[in-house]
Write a protein that binds this ligand. Structure first.
Ligand SMILES: [Fe+2]
Length: 234
């Protein structure tokens, strides 16, 4: 992806979040220059992969296959006394697919926080990480829903679903742009995601202009206490 495309997606996302009155913490709006001047007191931000995360999954076509996320809170999976939970905000466009994947550890609630509908396609997984042909049962706001393998559930604004580990899911918006919340177990996206068909989780960026704000994958290039932090979460 070109940096100019990422910058314009960021601009549109910030306007959309503003319209929906969804407010972000201060570090969301730090510039690359701000990051260069920051000290160790901010090291949890890259370590926990907090912040902007935009990907086209290597598709080259963000509108068809891609996802916008901001990780608001997360912890360290290795730290038994640390945060055991995480929260993200996602923006999903009509017809914009997040490809079929599951998580090894993360259980997540996916919440339609307003806008269009969110369609989620579901499969159980087999022992060898295939798509099972068995019926899928999920909890949606305290009510069980059952669909055949590869069946879809549609979340209207206000509705949510709980996705346990090893449950394959793909999703996209319908009708209009959807603001999607994610409340989950603490997670490390560098190791916890398994895609049924191999995709690139993080975009290759062509630097045709300066970054408006840093993505989580940019921290090591601008912030001296970023360690080996890369990537983001969904
Ligand atoms: Fe997921």
């Amino acid at each position: 992806m070109k940096r100019s495309e990422i910058n314009s997606i960021l601009d549109q996302a910030i306007s959309f979040l503003d319209e929906r009155r969804f407010l972000l913490p201060p570090f969301a709006f730090w510039s690359a220059e701000d990051w260069k001047g920051r000290g160790e007191e901010c090291k949890d931000i890259p370590a926990q992969q907090l912040g902007w995360d935009i990907t086209d999954f290597g598709s080259g076509d963000f509108d068809k296959m891609g996802l916008f996320l901001f990780t608001i809170r997360n912890g360290d999976v290795e730290d038994a006394r640390g945060k055991s939970y995480a929260e993200k905000i996602l923006i999903v466009q009509p017809g914009q697919v997040t490809p079929t994947h599951f998580h090894f550890l993360k259980m997540e609630d996916i919440i339609n926080r307003g806008g269009g509908k969110l369609v989620i396609q579901l499969w159980n997984s087999t022992e060898d990480k295939g798509l099972a042909d068995s019926e899928v049962a999920v909890m949606c706001d305290g009510v069980e829903r059952r669909v055949p393998a590869g069946g879809k559930i549609v979340l209207e604004p206000g509705e949510s679903v709980t996705l346990p580990p090893f449950l394959y899911h793909a999703f996209w918006g319908e009708g209009e742009t959807v603001l999607v919340g994610e409340v989950s177990r603490v997670n490390d996206d560098r190791t916890d995601n398994y895609f049924h068909d191999p995709v690139g989780r993080f975009p290759d960026i062509e630097e045709d202009e300066a970054p408006r704000h840093l993505l989580t994958m940019d921290y090591p290039s601008y912030y001296s206490h970023a360690g080996d932090a890369t990537g983001g979460a969904y």
